[in-house]
Design a protein around this ligand. Structure first.
Ligand SMILES: NC(=O)c1ccc[n+]([C@@H]2O[C@H](COP(=O)([O-])OP(=O)(O)OC[C@H]3O[C@@H](n4cnc5c(N)ncnc54)[C@H](O)[C@@H]3O)[C@@H](O)[C@H]2O)c1
Ligand SMILES: O=C(O)C(=O)C[C@@H](O)[C@H](O)[C@H](O)COP(=O)(O)O
Ligand SMILES: [Zn+2]
Length: 343
């Protein structure tokens, strides 16, 4: 087992990475001094890992339907009511076992139920292990757009059990690779080169991505500055995800969104032709889309304008200065809407 630390003063927490950590969950969580744990996971993860964990520990299990559609007020309501019915108190806690959907939904429930109960993130997808389980962003979607409800709520511990990756379908592994490639683009050119030349070594990749994320979160917990680099590909990607209505995953939209941002940059005086070719080849290597051509255009503008990085007449976007080095630009919504392929 390897351990990284997210340095946030009193709210600091460890990220444990390794094979077989779920088997040791009871022991690893004991020092947190939490009364009773409840496991929250989707129905797919329940069958694979939730039920065995519940059997071993005696912790109750609450499930919800797998998929992005569960990041909804309806599912949040159902989950919170179930947790109350189970008698959860303020000295108890939630183990969010699953992918990013579980982390966001169960994390938001942990942050708000009884005004906050302890939370442990136990990510089971590559995407959640390299990104969503760390940093404390929790959230739900609205019909008007992605992650429009939510808060920052840090977990007390993250347990990334790499054994779980063995059962992950190929498409979901690819989704995680989109966020991995994002880290390479914004902060780690050597990672890009390794991904181009070698087969993935998961524990090593996870460690590298999380070291980057932990550093950005420690500098800027509430997403007011450098943490926004993690949004590279998301400005367009989130709009694509909402427009896709569930057809495309978060990772696929981040992949196409990174390409779209490089095209936008190129049309705005920052030539990214070489990087477009490099990123395009890498996305292809990992079965990710470079373009999503079949999305309806009508609501594109509204979704983009609802981006959380918009503040009045200004939007902060993450762009690339060079491979491995992202920077933030401030643009007007009109500039962002110019020269995208839908306009
Ligand atoms: N909070 C954050 O910082 C943050 C960061 C990135 C993404 N996100 C959010 O995360 C979500 C995407 O996360 P995701 O891609 O993990 O999706 P997900 O949680 O829907 O998981 C994808 C699918 O994989 C299944 N699954 C999970 N673990 C498995 C395993 N080990 N073996 C087999 N199947 C397994 C799930 O049941 C689901 O069907 C999006 O909603 C996105 O907005 C949040
Ligand atoms: O942790 C962050 O900060 C990120 O931006 C990570 C992203 O991969 C993630 O998709 C996040 O949920 C997007 O944040 P949002 O603030 O644009 O909803
Ligand atoms: Zn993301």
């Amino acid at each position: 087992m390897e351990t990284l630390q997210v340095a946030l003063g009193r709210r600091s927490y460890p990220i444990h990475i390794g094979g077989g950590l779920l088997e040791q969950a009871e022991e690893l969580l004991r020092p947190l001094g939490v009364g009773r744990w409840v496991i929250v996971c989707d129905d797919t993860v329940a069958a694979l890992y939730g039920a065995p964990l519940a059997r071993r520990t005696g912790w109750p299990l609450v499930t919800f339907p797998a998929g992005e559609g569960s990041k909804s007020l309806e599912e949040y309501d159902r989950l919170c009511r179930r947790l109350v019915q189970l008698g959860l108190t303020r000295s108890d806690g939630i183990v969010a076992l699953g992918g990013g959907v579980t982390g966001d939904l169960a994390g938001f429930a942990a942050a708000t139920l009884l005004r906050g109960v302890a939370l442990v993130q136990a990510p089971t997808t590559l995407l959640a292990q390299v990104d969503s389980a760390v940093g404390g962003k929790t959230g739900l979607d609205l019909p008007e757009g992605k992650n429009l409800l939510g808060c920052f709520y840090q977990p007390r511990m993250v347990l990334a059990d790499t054994v779980c990756l063995a059962t992950l379908p190929r498409r979901q592994l690819a989704c995680g690779m989109a966020e991995v490639i994002k880290y390479g683009c914004i902060a780690d050119e050597e990672l890009l080169t390794r991904l181009e030349q070698q087969e993935p070594d998961w524990p090593r990749i996870i460690r590298r991505c999380l070291a980057c994320k932990a550093a950005l979160v420690a500098q800027d917990e509430r997403d007011e500055g450098p943490r926004r680099l993690l949004n590279f590909g998301h400005t367009f990607g989130h709009a694509m995800e909402a427009l896709g209505g569930g057809r495309y995953t978060h990772g696929e939209c981040v992949a196409a969104g990174m390409m779209e941002m490089l095209r936008w940059q190129t049309a705005h005086g920052s030539d990214q032709t070489a990087m477009l070719a490099r990123l395009g080849a890498l996305l292809e290597r990992y079965d990710l889309p470079r373009k999503l051509d079949d999305l309806p255009e009508a609501a594109w503008r509204q979704y983009l304008l609802r981006d959380k990085k918009r503040s009045g007449g200004e939007m902060t976007i993450a762009v690339l200065e060079r491979p491995g080095h992202g920077v933030l630009w401030s643009v007007t919504p009109e500039e962002l809407l110019e020269e995208t392929r839908w306009m």
